[in-house]
Write a protein that binds this ligand. Structure first.
Ligand SMILES: [Zn+2]
Length: 420
């Protein structure tokens, strides 16, 4: 991805660094050749050449670009799970994925980690993004997911003889788990996404208290993936699935819905980031009925929402790391509404706005393994910056409306927002 050349000065706003530190009032950010040269009070800023371009933050907020840590580029606002793999051919889904990436950037998300993709679409989307062929977040790709046979993601009936090939690699036992990871290594993914547990979406055979992979399968995934330099994450709702993932050495946990004391202790000891992706549950409860979600599924989402909120609060209050991401791409939780996750964590779960923004910036960069160059506004880092009209800390919902974004910068280039 290209970076800017020359100098840009952003002023007339407060700076949120992204580290959790208090905002700096009357601040200035100086960007040179795509990287941050100065962040601090405007009064102490070094002089810059008169030819530098300027951005007026309009007494608003200057902050790091947001990071979506659970992004499904190929989910095209589906209304039924089976639409994910059989409604459209992969050619069309690829185009939809490029549109979703563009939308995410326009919403202020300058980086994202994939939480699973149809075929290898996100791997190639990433290449297109890196080559500046299409706009979108800096992406970490995960390709197809891994699930046990008969588990949450194995829904196409056998009589159709179509398998689940486009979405998941189904495994039985450690050998097949290793084989699946090796396939993904060849595909070029950076993250291996697995399904240790079920979900409220599948109340009959794979609900949120059901395990969908054995510890041996998960352990085989981790050792093979780590050997090849890949990271591993998993859809973890049931308590035992969470602990299996932690014991196996997962690099992050998606959802981490039902933690107990032992699970929290393990999360802290291993310092494993957890991405609750929790607003999806509220959206499913509030809007699911109009999309035909049955009452049993809604009840499961209610239990998940309560358990997930409690767990997220416990983890953050005891010093653990939480990433922000959201399973956007369902009819009732569509792409473009990513920042609802942030408002939800403040208004419903009880995180402070500053905590929430740190989760969505600094922790996001740590999850990506790119915290040395992304996630906070610090000298030397890439200038992935959001300039927002208004005080985000006093009204976090400002981030939900793209109209409030003055500039969305990647590497110092204004890619979206009013100034684009
Ligand atoms: Zn997901």
């Amino acid at each position: 991805m290209k970076t800017a050349t020359g100098c840009t000065v952003i002023s007339n706003g407060s700076v949120i660094i992204g580290s959790g530190a208090k905002p700096i009032p009357d601040a200035m950010v100086i960007v040179r050749d795509g990287r941050i040269e100065y962040v601090g009070p405007a009064k102490q800023a070094p002089p810059v050449e008169p030819t530098a371009s300027t951005i007026d933050a309009c007494s608003g907020t200057i902050m790091p670009g947001l990071i979506e840590s659970h992004f499904h580029a190929t989910y095209f606002n589906i209304e039924a799970l089976e639409d994910l793999d059989i409604k459209y051919p992969v050619e069309y889904v690829t185009i939809l994925a490029a549109c979703n990436a563009k939308l995410a950037l326009e919403c202020g998300y300058t980086s994202a980690r994939s939480g699973g993709s149809l075929f290898n679409v996100d791997v190639w989307l990433k290449k297109a993004l890196e080559a500046d062929l299409v706009p979108g977040p800096r992406l970490a790709a995960s390709g197809r997911e891994i699930c046990g046979v008969g588990g949450l993601m194995d829904w196409n009936p056998d009589f159709r003889k179509i398998g689940m090939e486009g979405l998941v690699l189904l495994v039985n036992g450690a050998d097949e788990a290793r084989a699946a990871v090796r396939k993904l290594v060849k595909d070029g993914v950076e993250w291996v996404k697995t399904y240790p547990t079920g979900d409220a979406a599948s109340p009959d055979a794979n609900d949120h208290h059901t395990l969908c992979m054995t510890f041996e399968e998960m352990n085989a995934v981790v050792s093979t993936a780590h050997n090849h330099g890949l990271k591993v994450t998993g859809h973890c709702r049931a308590t035992e699935g969470i602990k299996n993932a932690l014991r196996a050495g997962y690099d992050t946990l998606e959802h981490g819905t039902f933690v107990d004391d032992e699970a929290v202790e393990m999360i802290l000891r291993k310092n494993t980031p957890v991405i609750p992706a929790l607003y999806f549950e509220l959206a499913s409860i509030e809007r699911g009925p109009e999309f035909g979600l049955p009452p049993r599924v809604i009840d499961g989402h209610k239990e998940t929402l309560e358990g997930g909120s409690l767990s997220a609060r416990r983890i953050i209050e005891s010093g653990g790391r939480v990433g922000m991401g959201g399973d956007y791409g369902f009819g009732w939780n569509p792409h473009g509404q990513y920042a609802r996750e942030l408002s939800f964590f403040v208004n419903y779960v009880g995180f402070t706005p500053l905590q929430t923004l740190t989760c969505a910036t600094k922790t996001g960069a740590e999850i990506l393994g790119r915290d040395h160059e992304l996630g906070t506004l610090e000298t030397g880092k890439l200038a992935d910056i959001l300039v927002v009209d208004g005080d985000v800390l006093s009204k976090i919902s400002l981030l939900e409306d793209r109209q409030n974004l003055i500039a969305v910068m990647q590497g110092g280039i204004v890619k979206a927002g009013r100034l684009a």
